[in-house]
Each structure stands twice: as C-alpha cells, then as structure tokens.
Design a protein around this ligand. Structure first.
Ligand SMILES: *Cc1c(COP(=O)(O)O)cnc(C)c1O
Length: 367
C-alpha cells in the first residue's frame, strides 16, 4: 500500500546511541540535556533567536494565543488543518475567516482589511503546504491596525522566504514536528520568537508556569521528552538530503502529469521551498472523487488536504455564524494531495501520474 506520506526513520543504531545516553543519565524528560542539544541545533539550522521545543504543533498555537493575551476576534484562514481553528476556539477566541488567494490558497490580505473591527486583536495565518503567505502585506496591515501576527508554520520546516527561515516571521511562529512532517520528532513542535522576554514567558508556560519554587504565571504541560529529542537529533542532520530527495520526486510528478486539465498552487516569489506536499487541483469534486477511487483501487491512498474548509465546520459556525469563503470552499473540494515522501519510487510516481492523467481524460470524454 502506498500512503500519502511515510515517516523517515534513522538507522536504529543511531537512535540507540542516544538511548544509551538516556539510560546513563536517567533524565527522561523536563528540560533534559538532549532536548537542550536539539534546541541549540534547531536554532542554528533555522537561524532563529529563541526556539522552545514542545510536545506538539497544536499546544504551541494555544501558547502563542495565550502569550499575546488574545481573547477576542482573530482573523484567520479557512484553508488549513483543523488544529489552527481548534486552537482559537479552545482558547475562547472568535475565528473570523478571511478567504484565500485562488492561486496559492494562502490567506488573501485584501480579504483581511474589511473584516477588521474594534474587537480584532490578531491575524493567525498558515503557510499552506510550506509556501509563504503574503508576509509583507500581512505585516503592513498588522502595523497599521496594531494587530499581532501568529503564523502556523507547521508545514514550513527547512523552507526560506527572502533568505530567512519562514519561522522567523510574525510575532510568533509555530511548527509541528509530527511524524508526517518534513522534519519530525515522532510527536513534537516548537514556538519561535525574537523577543527575549517572550521566550522566557514561553519557557515557563511550557512547564506549568513554574520552575522549582518560582511560580510565575499560569502554564500548561507542553514539555517534550528526551526520547523525542533523540529522534530529532537523528533526523535533523538528514533534513537537507530529505528535502533534496523530495525535490526529485516533485520534479518527476511535474514532468509526468498532464497539466491541461489540472492545476498546481503557485509558489511565492522569493521562496526556497521544502517540497512538503504535492497537491493537485481538479476542475470539480466529481473529477477528484473519480481520481481518488481509481488510485484507491490500486492501493494508493491520496489525501484530501485540506478538507473541509474550516469556516463551514459546525462547531466553528456555532460560535461565528455563517462566514462564506467561496474560494476556500471550492479549493477544499477540488484539491488532492498525492503521495510525497523521500523514498517514494520513481516507478510508483509514474504509475500515479498515469492513473491521474487517464482518469481526468476519461471524465472529459464522458461530459
Ligand atoms: C500538522 C499540523 C498541525 C498540528 O500539529 P501536531 O504536531 O500534529 O499537533 C497544525 N497546523 C497545521 C497546518 C498542520 O499541518
């Protein structure tokens, strides 16, 4: 069976080397030596000032909202993984959905402005598929209206915009290190800031808001373990190679797919991309469903990503009322992510491309 993604695992000997260290120190979690080593290496690799390694890519979104004292309206994207909206709702905020750009599916800055009210406190955007949002335009709006900017940068590990890690933008950026992402620690995530005081605050947040007898603020348990840090230390040095392997597969898809009836999201100028996902856009949901069926019949499992558009989730509309986002709603039913991972074979990619091309052509004939 070919899944949409497959986790990278290092040589088991490499991992057990770290396990032996853990068995020596008997330091299993709580700001341990491997976690500190991983944080140092991550900051170096990404070129960012402060980075806190946490337990996942969702709790860091919640920490970001809390740390910036956001409790009211947040303008956000309807085209993301559900964790983005969930974090806002969980923290008691009201998500206000701004529709996306039709070319790259990132939040459309032009759609943000008309939604700003006296209750708007922040913009929370996702760099969809690892491709940067209109960062400069979003920052200009935030500056003009005194809003905070949080980026859900879960897809962006290893990607750069204008020569800098995408994680260095916004008031706070978060990333997920889940097993399915470009870089992973099995479960894990991080939050990034340039601000010293904010970094200190997040450090306390991560660990119940206290250190020994110093009870400083409310907090949560967002710590991660030495076992997860060890996986990160094994995977991080391989990231450039893993991204290069992804790019090769990306190029094969690009060459093999017939783009007369399907489209791909465009890439932001100034991007150094990480090739995290390979989404294709069909003309209609009907075509998408036929392609999905044809692939599944061959034991190939693509994934509708992102589906559904977050503005139509019943537990969101309960709080927000109906907020139509026609471009996102259309994208959600027409986009399919094809299998993409570093050791996916060329033969399989060619097979997938053939199935996609033939199914699309057939639907065409039947119309
Ligand atoms: C994966 C993902 C998350 C959640 O990350 P976890 O580490 O699984 O909690 C959040 N946002 C986006 C856009 C994601 O793709």
């Amino acid at each position: 069976m070919i899944n949409v993604t497959k986790s990278y695992l290092p040589d088991i000997e490499e991992y057990t080397k770290y396990l032996e260290e853990i068995w020596k120190t008997v330091h299993l979690t709580n700001d341990g030596p491997l976690l500190r080593r991983l944080e140092t290496e991550l900051k170096q690799y990404l070129g960012v000032k402060h980075l806190k390694f946490c337990s996942n890519g969702t709790v860091v979104l919640q920490m970001a909202i809390k740390a910036l004292n956001i409790t009211k309206e947040v303008i956000t994207t309807p085209f993301s993984y559900v964790a983005t909206t969930n974090a806002l709702l969980w923290e008691g905020c009201t998500p206000i959905f701004a529709d996306i750009r039709p070319d790259d599916f990132n939040i459309d800055p032009e759609k943000i402005r008309p939604l700003i009210t006296e209750n708007t406190q922040a913009i929370m955007a996702t760099h969809v598929y690892g491709n940067a949002c209109r960062i400069d335009e979003i920052q200009a709006i935030a500056d003009e209206f005194n809003l905070k900017v949080i980026y859900d940068a879960a897809h962006t590990f290893g990607a750069k915009y204008n020569g800098k890690s995408i994680l260095s933008y916004g008031d706070l950026s978060t990333c997920s290190f889940h097993a399915t992402k470009v870089f992973h620690t099995v479960e894990g995530g991080c939050i990034v800031t340039n601000d010293d005081a904010m970094a200190e605050k997040l450090h306390f947040y991560r660990s119940f808001g206290h250190k020994n007898d110093d009870y400083r603020s409310i907090g949560i348990n967002a710590k991660n373990s030495e076992f997860h840090a060890a996986m990160g230390l094994c995977v991080l040095p391989k990231v450039p190679e893993l991204i290069a392997d992804r790019k090769k597969r990306f190029d094969i898809y690009d060459n093999q797919l017939d783009f007369s009836r399907i489209k791909r999201p465009t890439l932001m100028p100034g991007m150094e991309y990480n090739y995290a996902y390979y989404p294709v856009v069909f003309e209609s949901e009907e075509v998408l469903l036929r392609v999905m069926d044809a692939l599944i019949a061959q034991d190939i499992l693509p994934r509708r990503y992102f589906y559904p558009s977050l503005n139509i989730l019943p537990f969101a509309t309960e709080k927000t009322g109906v907020q139509p986002c026609p471009i996102s709603e259309e994208a959600a039913i027409c986009v399919l992510s094809l299998p993409m991972y570093p050791d996916l074979s060329e033969e399989v990619i060619e097979r997938i491309a053939t199935i996609v091309n033939e199914t699309v052509a057939l639907v065409d004939e039947n119309v």
